[in-house]
Design a protein around this ligand. Structure first.
Ligand code: HEM
Length: 470
């Protein structure tokens, strides 16, 4: 297979965005779409029904959509109330047109529209001040009002040059068919009068559950990523471990603003009830360093928990409620081994610490995961396309990475997870590990380049939220 550079596609193709599929068209040649059930549309935009469940190493694993794409943009609409309301109608009819005949599922197209603080500050400041969800837990901790959507920050293990983005809006498309995802990108591109795209991001996940060579393995080999030959044949992700086991992902409506009592003020009739907070970041992965500098046991210690014992070659390591690490256990493991595991260090912040009855009536036992991760691998460097190549450090050379997407009840809830990943636990414990030290979970082989927080409104308010209240 000849080594493919992005430039051959971008420069050669008809128009940058259209060509962005380029190397990603290989995905459809490498993997066929699994069969899926038809589904009804939910009030939530972020919940994607119809995911298949398989078992690996006696652990239930959710099969993620094969294709993913993200388009970020800055609005070009005038700030007058009239202008924003007609933009609201135009966007909603474009989205409804896009979804016609397409289920909100991997078999059809998952469509999620989310909005950044720049939009709320510039276009709907008044209604936003009265209606944006308030983060009750963070407000109590800070002694002043904290909203569920806050600006992204630089985390201790982030490089100094990480870009904290200022997009107004983001569109997240996912599905098993590339042409459906492309339809989504093109539909938004067609909204030239409303917004200017600032980036398109593409990627893939899975494809190895049937025992064949997985997508990350094939794509990395096709693009000539250093270390690609070291990736396990059927691995769901470049770094070799399954990251979508059912127990490790928030179930049902748990990431909605209103489901867990005490998180936000959206129950019972908040404007954003049925919505959630979304974090988007791009992370480069040093695949070669990961497999050459960490042997199998060290990789297990680093991704899961120091001292976790599993047969060599295991990819899915059970992280059921009974396996979850408390803050005390993370500290003990650290003093014994000098390091922390990615999952274990995050679990004191990402798992319920007690049984909870959700506002949705569901029983969520202690140890249930809260964040709903939807991250996917990529060869973007850092994006498939950007309106600011210099500023974004764009390169035509494919690079292994992750477009990290996660839904949490509030942005602060995500910040607690991300700080825990750096050894700063929610109980205030700060483990003395240098940022990006090899003992700091997988951070030493990761480099985040961009990040931003967004708010995902419920479906009925997904287009220019609050504009109708102007
Ligand atoms: C390239 C980057 C990353 C890779 C390869 C990665 C990989 C993984 C893997 C393999 C797991 C264990 C899977 C499981 O238990 O289901 C996991 C769990 C998790 N990761 Fe990451 N991760 C990455 C970045 C992040 C980031 C930036 C965050 C942000 C906080 C994050 C949050 C989580 C959470 C919340 C869990 C579940 C923990 C639990 O409740 O058990 N991950 N990740």
């Amino acid at each position: 297979m000849t080594r493919l550079t992005r430039r051959q596609f971008v420069v050669g193709g008809a128009g940058v965005l259209a060509a962005a599929g380029g190397i990603y068209e290989l995905v459809d040649r490498f993997a066929s779409a699994p069969t899926r059930q038809a589904v009804r549309r939910l009030p939530e935009q972020h919940v994607l029904p119809g995911l298949r469940v398989v078992t690996d190493n006696h652990v239930e694993v959710l099969v993620p959509p094969l294709h993913n794409a993200v388009l970020t943009g800055r609005l070009t609409v005038g700030e007058s109330g009239k202008g924003v309301r007609s933009a609201q109608d135009e966007l909603e009819s474009a989205l409804a047109g896009l979804e016609e005949g397409l289920d909100h599922s991997p078999a059809g197209l998952g469509v999620t529209v989310a909005w950044g603080l720049p939009y709320f500050r510039r276009y709907v400041p008044g209604p936003a001040a009265r209606n944006l969800p308030v983060d009750l837990r963070a407000t109590e901790a800070a002694g002043r009002q904290v909203q569920a959507l806050i600006d992204a920050v630089r985390f201790p293990s982030d490089p100094a040059d990480v870009r904290l983005e200022e997009n107004d809006v983001v569109f997240f498309f996912r599905g098993d068919r590339l042409e459906h995802v492309d339809l989504g990108i093109e539909a938004v591109r067609g909204l030239g009068g409303l917004l200017e795209p600032t980036s398109v991001r593409r990627g893939f996940a899975g494809g190895g559950f049937g025992g064949g060579q997985s997508l990350p393995k094939r794509m990395a080999l096709a693009a000539g990523v250093p270390g690609a030959q070291l990736i396990p044949e059927t691995a769901e992700l470049f770094l070799g471990f399954t990251s979508t086991q059912k127990a490790g992902l928030g179930p049902l409506l748990i990431a909605n603003h209103e489901t867990l009592p005490g998180y936000t003020d959206q129950w019972p009739d908040g404007y954003f009830r049925g919505g959630t907070a979304m974090h988007l970041s791009h992370i480069l992965e040093d695949v070669e360093a990961w497999y050459l500098n960490f042997d199998f046991q060290e990789r297990i210690d680093t991704v899961f928990r120091p001292g976790e014992r599993v047969p060599s070659g295991t990819q899915t390591v059970r992280q059921a409620p009974e396996d979850v690490s408390t803050a005390g256990r993370v500290v003990r493991d650290f003093h014994r081994s000098g390091g922390i595991g990615h999952s274990a260090s995050i679990q004191p912040s990402s798992r319920l610490q007690a049984d909870v009855t959700g506002r949705d009536g569901a029983q969520y036992p202690k140890g249930t995961a809260i964040p709903q991760r939807a991250d996917f691998n990529t060869l973007d460097n850092p994006f498939a396309w950007t309106s600011r190549p210099e500023q974004d450090g764009w390169s035509p050379q494919p690079a292994a990475g992750v477009h990290f997407v996660v839904f949490n009840p509030t942005s602060d809830d995500f910040h607690r997870n991300r700080l825990a990943m750096d050894g700063r636990l929610p109980d205030g414990t700060r483990l003395p590990i240098d940022p990006r030290d090899r003992g700091q979970g997988i951070n030493s082989v990761l480099r985040t380049t961009h990040r931003q927080n967004f708010l995902v409104p419920p479906r009925k308010h997904r287009s220019f939220p609050l504009a109708e209240l102007l």
